[in-house]
Design a protein around this ligand. Structure first.
Ligand SMILES: [Zn+2]
Length: 74
């Protein structure tokens, strides 16, 4: 089973950006309203490349960024 994906260009750009940056068109919010920590982090999946993101909304400012959860290291 292939767990690691190759992010598309918008996803590669978004990785590490502040969470205030808006998601691009192919990012779909996952489990809106169903996640009990939704005010802390939102989960998104890219419909183009399959990348899974966590958008961290609380905590230390330097940690409030877009985190790519399933990309390989390059
Ligand atoms: Zn993508």
């Amino acid at each position: 089973m292939e767990l690691w994906i190759q992010p598309c260009a918008p996803c590669a750009d978004l990785y590490g950006q502040p969470s205030a940056v808006r998601p691009h068109d192919t990012l779909a919010l996952v489990g809106a309203g169903a996640v009990k920590d939704a005010q802390v982090a939102q989960r998104y999946t890219c419909t183009r490349c399959g990348a899974a993101f966590a958008r961290i909304l609380k905590g230390e400012p330097r940690k409030q960024v877009w985190v790519l959860l399933n990309a390989g290291q390059h």
